[in-house]
Design a protein around this ligand. Structure first.
Ligand code: 3PG
Length: 211
């Protein structure tokens, strides 16, 4: 499945995928530029605010070095809209048959959320080899990832949810972790203040996590 190779390249391109929620559309492009300036090129712009699609469109067209994905995909009809806006991959908090079908039909590579061994197995049966572990810390964190690596060692994870700059190295050291996701690179107060320098500093620290 070529989508798996695309996702693996995307996950290897960045140790951290920032989970972005845009409350003010004017923030989208300067935020993306600040992250890219700090070495973080893979961006997950979520559909959890009304500006999600517009933000994807703006960043995809105006920040050529960004690799833009769509996050918080929860409904099948969002796939084509996000792809047409410029997203090159998608992330969902879980997986339904409707999302599997939408991913196939749209051709948008999907990183689906899983939380239990059965969910990992169902996602793998559906053809997905790169998975999000969500919410990572409530799901068991490092202990869960290590436990999954034995019986289900042929999938790679992007754990997301509850991870920080301080805890990310331990996650990244797991054999079955390709990258981590998190919102710590985009603190709401920094966005509100337009403090793009702070965002770039956070991105620089995060991009250095893989040596
Ligand atoms: C989310 O859904 O917002 C992501 O899982 C990010 O989680 P975090 O805020 O704990 O990094």
């Amino acid at each position: 499945m070529s989508e798996n190779m695309i996702l693996m390249d995307i996950m290897r391109a960045s140790p951290v995928i920032p989970v972005i929620a845009i409350d003010d559309i004017a923030h989208a492009v300067p935020l993306a530029r600040a992250l890219v300036a700090g070495g973080i090129r893979v961006l997950e712009i979520t559909l959890r605010t009304a500006h999600g699609l517009a933000a994807i469109r703006a960043v995809a067209s105006q920040v050529p070095d960004a690799i833009v994905g769509v996050g918080t995909l929860t409904r099948p009809d969002e796939f084509v809209a996000a792809r047409d806006a410029g997203a090159v991959f998608g992330v969902s908090p879980g997986l339904t048959q409707g999302l599997v079908d939408a991913a196939r039909k749209s051709g948008l590579p999907l990183l689906p959320g899983t939380m239990t061994p059965s969910e990992v197995m169902a996602a793998r049966d559906a053809g997905f080899r790169q998975l999000k572990l969500f919410p990572a810390v409530p799901a068991g964190g490092i202990g869960m990832l290590n436990a999954l690596a034995g019986p289900l060692g042929d999938v790679m994870f992007c754990p997301t949810g509850g991870i920080s700059q301080e805890t990310a190295p331990k996650f990244l050291a797991c054999a079955n972790v390709a990258c981590v996701g998190g919102s710590w690179l985009t603190p709401k107060d920094a966005l509100k203040a337009g403090d793009w320098g702070r965002i770039t500093s956070l991105a620089k620290a995060a991009s250095g996590l893989r040596g």
